[in-house]
Design a protein around this ligand. Structure first.
Ligand code: CA
Length: 233
């Protein structure tokens, strides 16, 4: 079953962005926009993790956090707090809010996703796959190692993240723009051709001799990880 994430956030643009990206990562996502709706939703559909905004209409994030921590049924749910830069950061640090982690807005999506994964791993080690496998390729997310047919491949950090990202959604085609957002982060302004350069480097390390290339170039669209690349052998 997919891990379930509840987003409590009143900014619609952020809601949509988080929902889209968490769903692409394979999570079931639920959203509420008001603080006072959060508690009810949690008891109706207990999530595996909550992404909780600090400033909310109704009840504040900090109060929700306190209430969830006070109840046996909900005190174990990991909470990732979202805070605005400046005003709340220091307070979050100083107060024992009961949140497990927090990110400061504007945050990079890869950072947020990494923290979500880390919190889920901590609370339920079996829920998030530590090793991604496709054909003879194995990617260990924790040890940051990649093997093909038992031989270790030495990838740069960007190539590693790129492969990890593509392998989490095999078969799905991502545009260069999406890959920049997901792998490099939204706040970086780099040329889309950079993606081609790194895909080229990744391919070079991934396949040697007659080994098949698992990465598919989709003309006019982007790239995708071909989940059946080894079956065509
Ligand atoms: Ca807010």
């Amino acid at each position: 079953m997919k891990p379930r994430i509840l987003i409590v956030e009143d900014e619609e643009a952020l809601n949509l962005l988080l929902r889209y990206n968490l769903e692409s990562e394979g999570f079931a996502v639920d959203v509420v926009e008001r603080g006072d709706e959060a508690e009810t939703r949690v008891s109706e559909h207990p999530p595996d993790l909550i992404v909780l905004d600090w400033m909310l209409p109704g009840v504040s994030g900090i109060e929700i956090c306190r209430r969830l921590r006070a109840k046996d049924e909900t005190k174990g749910i990991p909470i990732l707090m979202l805070t605005a830069r400046g005003e709340e950061t220091e307070r979050v640090r100083g107060l024992s809010t009961g949140a497990d982690d927090y990110v400061v807005k504007p945050f990079s999506l890869p950072e947020l996703l990494a923290r979500v994964q880390a919190l889920l791993r901590r609370s339920n080690p079996d829920q998030v796959a530590k090793v991604l496998k496709a054909g003879e390729i194995e990617l260990d997310r924790e040890k940051k190692r990649v093997h093909r047919s038992g031989r270790e491949l030495h990838l740069g950090p960007t190539e590693f993240r790129l492969l990890e990202f593509l392998m989490t959604s095999p078969g799905r085609v991502f545009s260069r723009e999406q890959l920049l957002d997901q792998v490099w982060g939204r706040e970086t302004y780099i040329d889309e051709r950079t993606v081609d350069v790194h895909v080229g480097r990744l391919r070079k390390v991934l396949s040697r001799g007659r080994e098949l290339d698992p990465i598919r170039t989709v003309r006019g669209s982007g790239y995708s990880f071909n989940e059946r690349f080894s079956e065509t052998n």
